[in-house]
Design a protein around this ligand. Sequence first.
Ligand SMILES: Cc1cc2nc3c(=O)[nH]c(=O)nc-3n(C[C@H](O)[C@H](O)[C@H](O)COP(=O)(O)O)c2cc1C
Length: 306
Amino acid sequence: MNSNPLSTRLAGLELRNPTALASGILGYSPESLQRIAEAGAGAVVTKSVGLTPRVGYPNPTVVQANCGIINAMGLPNPGIAEYASEIRYAKTVLTVPFIVSVYGYSAEEYAAVAKAAATAGADAVELNVSCPHVKETGSEIGQNPKLLTQVIRQVKAATSKPVIVKLSPNVTDIVEIAQAASAAGADALTAVNTVRAIAIDAETALPILSNTRGGLSGPAVKPIALRCVYDIYEKVKTPIIGCGGITTWKDAVEFILAGASAVQIGTALAQKNPAVFQTINRGITAYLKKKKYRSIKEIVGKAQRN
Ligand SMILES: Cc1cc2nc3c(=O)[nH]c(=O)nc-3n(C[C@H](O)[C@H](O)[C@H](O)COP(=O)(O)O)c2cc1C
């Protein structure tokens, strides 16, 4: 019998606990990712990497909102050729599953980046098909079931590593998109990326972000993300990783009850500190004990009304 009540298995990955670092919060450095593992995360996800280097948008790229932040970084990244050596090094440093987030402008590009990341040693790839602020990638793929199917099929053909698909909340029916991703062979679904948003400065009478629009994250988006997980779990068998506004152990438990097998934490880390992983894991453990559950597996999807 498994004696660790927090352990969870999804997409062929064994996690010692259900918390993971969300993409984009800490960038790429193997050392900073390992610090997050040491602080208690069960897995880490890199910032999204593409085929070629990208500078990203000029400042301001982040603005504070009530109960969250709005960002439009513009996917700055070194490109997979440069990052591949960091992935190889990260594999020698990291003590938890290492998930590389990838993006592209076509199915071929997604497949090429995913293949390079997997070959360099990523334990899984997460497809960012949901970035709300970069044209022709991200949401434009994640909002279109046909395009999404092509991307996932090509990535699956290019690598045998698990493929996690990160969904956008900026769609009319997230279940339709999740069903398409699942049918195309996604091994897990991350729900969700940021919610399209804007901030305006009354003094200058202009949008604050250089890119005008951005994506909202943090506690403000939690009820939306939770609803997305609940809706997907109701109709789709593929395991779900909940993401969006998770700050406390209670938030994490709510996502698991809605149907998530694991959770990702982003903004809470930027606003609190890496201890958030341990605090959340301790809280989940105490909850399981109090409610007399032996493992988190027993409570995945328990809030679903049949
Ligand atoms: C500054 C910042 C950068 C982000 N960069 C990425 C990224 O490169 N790729 C990606 O898939 N998601 C990215 N995200 C989205 C997060 O991974 C996460 O889906 C979202 O912030 C919701 O979770 P949270 O409320 O816990 O932050 C970014 C979020 C923030 C705040």
